[in-house]
Design a binder for this molecule. Structure first.
Ligand code: PLP
Length: 333
């Protein structure tokens, strides 16, 4: 039975109904990604782990869920004008791919420091690239200019109810595949992924814990939760290139109310988690995608008495778009 509790659409940008609608809308287009388990990793972690392989999603990341929900929600007039977004990579590729499936243009504002493989993905899927500086301000200003010139519809990478609802479909799938899960660990950046997952999962099972995993060099979500308001860091420094954004006004209320805790990990723990994903699970996971495994193995998680009875832990391996050059360099350090 689904709890009505606080997860209603009056309060948040998405709810279980919008997530279920998204599931029906996007199911013909997405992959239902597998859940992998490993006795070796269970032994290392001291609990049972369930890896939701969104790195095997189309476009190589969960972002295709939110992007395709947004694009297939547009009416024909809106769709004809195309879509625009600014993104460090995975959302950009996902939006390009979803736009291609609907045969509409996608204008993608990409910061100059975006990883090469992610830019190549955008090109592969036919997105039209417009370069910006690396700052959020430059990205937003460039996107606003494109909006004005083209009349396209903005699809924000995370601060958008359609995107949040699409990402929430992961929790519906995961809890069907592994209903025994009592905890889900989710990478956090702008908070679209964790908002959708928390709203979906807690509607199905209000007792489930939803924990965020965040890099120490971009720990704005943890600092925001501690301060009780959105904080934006002047700069970030982490190998997890997908986790450098700040919370938005639609994701912040969900993170504030429904995320039980934020586990902070160091880059070297992320790299070790990537190594385990490759060596043991045999899946290609990017740093942002491996952070959930890093969190469950971290001392701060293991030693926290609050999480002692998290026995069945779902971990979202959120993406697999990794620059091989960067990977080899980091693994050989
Ligand atoms: C692989 C990967 N994981 C996690 C995230 C974080 O998602 P969100 O910004 O919705 O918190 C991103 C965002 O780009 C990503 O690319």
């Amino acid at each position: 039975m689904e709890a009505k509790s606080q997860t209603t659409s009056e309060k948040y940008a998405a709810d279980i109904a919008s997530i279920r609608e998204a599931q029906v809308r996007i199911n013909p287009f997405i992959h239902a990604t597998p859940v992998l388990t490993s006795e070796t990793l269970n032994t290392i972690a001291g609990r049972k782990l369930f890896f939701k392989c969104e790195c095997l999603q189309k476009g190589g990341a969960f972002k295709f869920r939110g992007a395709s929900n947004a694009i297939f929600s547009l009416d024909d007039d809106q769709a004809a004008r195309g879509v625009v977004t600014h993104s460090s990579g995975n959302h950009a590729a996902a939006l390009s791919l979803a736009a291609k499936l609907r045969s509409i243009p996608a204008y993608i504002v990409v910061p100059k420091n975006a990883p090469k493989c992610k830019v190549e993905n955008v090109m592969r899927y036919g997105g039209q690239i417009i370069w910006s500086e690396a700052t959020l301000q430059s990205r937003e200003e460039t996107a606003a200019k494109v909006l004005q010139e083209t009349g396209a519809v903005l699809v924000h990478p995370y601060n958008d109810g359609r995107v949040i609802s699409g990402q929430g479909t992961i929790s519906l799938e995961l809890l069907e595949q592994a209903p025994q899960i009592d905890t889900i660990i989710v990478p956090i950046s702008g908070g679209g992924l964790i908002s959708g997952v928390a709203l979906g999962a807690k509607s199905i099972n209000p007792a489930i814990r939803v924990l965020a995993a965040e890099p120490r060099g971009a720990s704005d979500a943890a600092q925001s939760k501690a301060a009780g308001r959105i904080l934006v860091l002047p700069e970030t420094n982490t190998i997890a290139d997908g986790l450098r954004a700040s919370l938005g006004d639609l994701t912040w209320p969900v993170v504030r109310d429904l995320v039980d805790d934020i586990i902070i990990v160091d880059d070297k723990e992320i790299i070790e988690a990537m190594r385990l994903c490759y060596e043991i699970l045999k899946v290609a996971v990017e740093p942002s995608g491996a952070i959930g495994l890093a969190a469950v193995l971290s001392n701060s998680f293991r030693e926290n008495p609050a999480w002692k009875d998290c026995n069945h832990v779902g971990i979202i391996l959120s993406g697999g778009n990794v620059d091989l050059g960067v990977l080899w360099d980091s693994l050989s350090k």
